[in-house]
Write a protein that binds this ligand. Structure first.
Ligand SMILES: C[S@@+](CC[C@H](N)C(=O)[O-])C[C@H]1O[C@@H](n2cnc3c(N)ncnc32)[C@H](O)[C@@H]1O
Length: 252
C-alpha cells in the first residue's frame, strides 16, 4: 500500500520544525508539492529552506500538484466542496502515477495540518473513493501558538474557553458568550468594524519570519495603527498572513 506522511512544518521559522517532522521527512521517497501559482513567497521559501537543511536523502523526488482556483462567488460551502473534489482528483492522479506500491509520499503543511488546512479532508476523500492509501499526521507548530508565544500571553483566561474562528465568521459580530477569540484568515480587517467596547487585541503578521510585525493594546486605541501597518506591509510584500487574539479587557 502507498503511504502518505502529512507533515506540519510550523508557521514561519524553519526552527519550528520538530524532531519528529525531520525524521518523517527522511522517510519520504516522493514529496508532493502543491503549486498555487501565486503561492505565498514565505511558504515557498520555508519549504525550500527546510528541504535543503533537513532532507539527507539524495534520491528523493519532488512532484508538483497544480492547485485550481476556488470560485469566489456563490455559496461558500458549495464552492469549497467543489474545490476539494477537484483537488482530490489531482492529488489522486499524482499519487497513483508517481508513487509506487510500498513507497512513502510526503506533504509539507504550513503550521499544523489540523488547523484550517484541507490536506486531511482531501486524503479522506481519496480513501472514500477507494484509493488504497495509508497516512500519518505529524503535528506542527501552528500560527496560533506562535502568536501567543510572540506576545508572551496565555490564550485563555483562567478556566475559560478559547474560540478559534475566521474573519468571515467574526464579521457576524463578536460572539456574545466568548471571552477570548483567535481570528485567522481575515482578509478584510474585520476587527476594525467591531463596535463592542472594552476589547483588547494581540495582532501579528508574518510571524516567525524576518518581516514579523506585532501590535497589541486596547482595540479602540490600536485598530487604526494595525490597519495602516497591515495595508503598508501588504503593499510592500504583495501578500500578507496575519492572525489575532481578541478578548474582553479584564476589569481593573
Ligand atoms: C490556511 S490557514 C493555515 C493555518 C496553519 N495550518 C496553521 O497551523 O497556522 C492560513 C492562516 O493562518 C494564519 N497564519 C499562518 N501562518 C501565519 C504567520 N506566519 N503569521 C501570521 N498568520 C499566520 C493566518 O491567519 C492565515 O490567514
Amino acid at each position: 500500500m502507498r503511504k502518505i506522511l502529512v507533515i506540519g512544518i510550523g508557521a514561519g521559522d524553519p526552527d519550528y520544525l520538530t524532531l519528529q517532522a525531520i525524521k518523517a521527512m527522511n522517510r519520504v521517497d516522493v514529496f508532493f508539492v502543491p503549486d498555487k501559482g501565486t503561492e505565498k513567497a514565505a511558504l515557498k521559501h520555508l519549504r525550500t529552506t527546510i528541504c535543503e537543511r533537513f532532507v539527507e536523502r539524495a534520491d528523493v523526488k519532488m512532484v508538483g500538484i497544480e492547485v485550481p482556483q476556488r470560485a469566489a462567488t456563490g455559496c461558500y460551502q458549495d464552492n469549497v466542496d467543489h474545490w476539494h473534489a477537484e483537488l482530490a482528483d489531482r492529488y489522486g492522479h499524482q499519487f497513483e502515477s508517481c508513487l509506487a506500491d510500498g513507497e512513502v509520499g510526503g506533504l509539507l503543511v504550513w503550521g499544523d495540518p489540523a488547523l484550517y488546512d484541507s490536506t486531511l479532508r482531501i486524503i479522506e476523500r481519496l480513501r472514500a473513493k477507494g484509493l488504497a492509501l495509508d497516512y500519518e499526521v505529524i503535528p506542527g507548530i501552528s500560527s496560533v501558538q506562535v502568536l501567543a508565544a510572540k506576545h508572551r500571553i496565555a490564550l485563555n483566561r483562567i478556566g475559560e474557553p478559547v474560540l478559534l474562528t475566521t474573519g468571515r465568521k467574526l464579521a457576524e459580530g463578536f460572539p456574545a458568550d466568548a471571552g477570548s477569540v483567535v481570528v485567522m484568515l481575515d482578509g478584510t480587517q474585520t476587527f476594525a468594524q467591531l463596535t463592542e467596547q472594552n476589547l483588547e487585541i494581540f495582532w501579528g503578521a508574518y510571524l516567525g519570519t524576518p518581516d514579523e510585525i506585532l501590535i497589541s493594546g486596547p482595540l479602540a486605541a490600536v485598530k487604526d495603527k494595525i490597519a495602516t501597518a497591515r495595508s503598508e506591509a501588504r503593499a510592500r510584500h504583495g501578500w500578507i498572513m496575519d492572525i489575532y487574539l481578541l478578548r474582553r479587557s479584564e476589569p481593573s
